[in-house]
Design a protein around this ligand. Sequence first.
Ligand code: NDP
Length: 246
Amino acid sequence: MSDFSNQKVVISGATRGIGKAIATAFLEQGATVIGLYAGNRQAADNFKEECLKYQDRIHLYQCDVSDYTSVENIYARIEEQFDTIDILINNAGIRRDGVLAMMPLKDWQQVIDTNLTGSYTMSKFAVQLMMKQKYGRIIFITSPMAHMGFAGQANYAASKAGQIGMMKSLSKETAKRKITVNCVSPGFIATELIGDLSEDLQKEYKKLVPLKRFGSPDDVSHAVLFLASKKAGYITGSVLEVTGGL
Ligand code: NDP
């Protein structure tokens, strides 16, 4: 594992699921973590409690990434407190499944606003800070649904495909400043996001995975920490799949 001492990492959706595993892994490797969550205060308090031994290096803020002004304000606070940041993980994401023909506009909009526009806003202000030091790592947590599609997930798949297009473009804009931009694409990962799947569906989906199991949040965090490390300095504009072979 790489040493992330003295590195500052911003993670959206840092207090549950995959984001929490990523935040914990960075804390274990010496980083300072600035974690955002949407509104589940209980989960944030519980995570803070679990991280008491890292209390000097963990900073949790409530910030809805789909709200441009909230993100702008949180970055002003980050700049005041930390000056710059080294790593951004665009992890916050939601699902609002339904077949497209019956999908209410609000379900389309909420998913695009959170997963895609949220990634744009978070990246925009992160790049402005990273440019000052001519170094940075930006990682989007996308999904294989971006290229596979899935019945009932037109909004989610579109948001995840959009993240990949944004990542590819941004990687070309920031390369000369030594800011790399990549995606990690997890398959089925056991978190609350897919907690609504019935046992029968879970069994069916596990059969589709060549490695015959759902991944864990730690399976994803290992890949994220590699791409965020200095050793990954020649990797940009790529998608790393953590899918069990899906
Ligand atoms: P969870 O539902 O377990 O956690 C989601 C996290 O995102 C929570 O911390 C939540 O905050 C935060 N969040 C949601 N909306 C916002 C918002 N508007 N502003 C700020 N934070 C927000 O999800 P996962 O950990 O499973 O998923 C994380 C990412 O991984 C997502 O982008 C998801 O699409 C992607 N992914 C997940 C897969 C899976 O199988 N689990 C597979 C492929 C990709 P709060 O606690 O306050 O609600």
